[in-house]
Design a protein around this ligand. Sequence first.
Ligand code: PBE
Length: 299
Amino acid sequence: MTLLKKFTGLGAAAFLAVGLAACGSTSAEQEKGDQTVGDSVGYEIVGIDPGSGHMQATERVMTEYDLSDWKVTSSNGAAMTAALKRAYDNKEPIIVTGWNPHWKFLTYDLKFLDDPKQIYGDEEQIHTYARLGLKEDMPEAYTILDRFHWEAEDMGEIMIEIEDGVEPEEAARNWVEANPEKIAEWTDGVDSVDGDDITLVFAPWDSELASHNMMKLVLEDMGYTVTLSSVEPGPLFSSLASGGADASVAPWLPYTHKVYVEKYEGQFDDLGPNMTGVRQGLVVPAYMEDVNSIEDLKS
Ligand code: PBE
């Protein structure tokens, strides 16, 4: 069974409209008679889980670009990609909230809409976070986490295998086995441990499913007993701040998780970027040739 099928079963049924659309003003263009972008997609942007940084940023986009006659549906990453697949296969228009690295950019010809107001921001980084005190309590794991960095292509290799139906742990194992020299950069000279428990926390976005399964294997190979804790975005950050979880390689900065990082400032240890050049925004198929900017949604 593919990951997509598994997740779709969980939540795709419930496409809940979130309160991002303000009361209905009609656009002047609707009265013109020719079909606007909004008409072609029912004034709908397909979103993901409500607590994600992505949806918080999208809420700011709706306000800043005055998209009051649009709504953003919330569901989860798998439902979003299922909707994208349906539209793409039929060459129909669709607008989704999207991010890269993600297998959808490897599978489909997609583009980000320009964001002249820079609400989603341009490029950002994925950081590694640890709870306060991890450095003293588990110096070996801390060193590995601190050294950890990889490229979007690395994560993409794991993601695309998972999307093809390989179990996440197996896909991560395939990457680990194929990349011993990269892992050696993080683990060289670090002592093995004897079954010490460590908990990595993440939210089950496709990108973070790949990275956390990979890091789990690396730490297990160093002797750790690793628990992967998959939670909502809010608890991801609160569990690191409270010390309930030990580390995460999921935070996207400085834009995506701005709200959480500011909320818990000083309550976790930022070990710096593990990947650079990542991006989030509104995403459409490349065949939507006339739609290139978020500004175009107003016409
Ligand atoms: N994402 C993927 C996350 C971070 C990683 C962009 C969906 C978010 O929006 O919070």
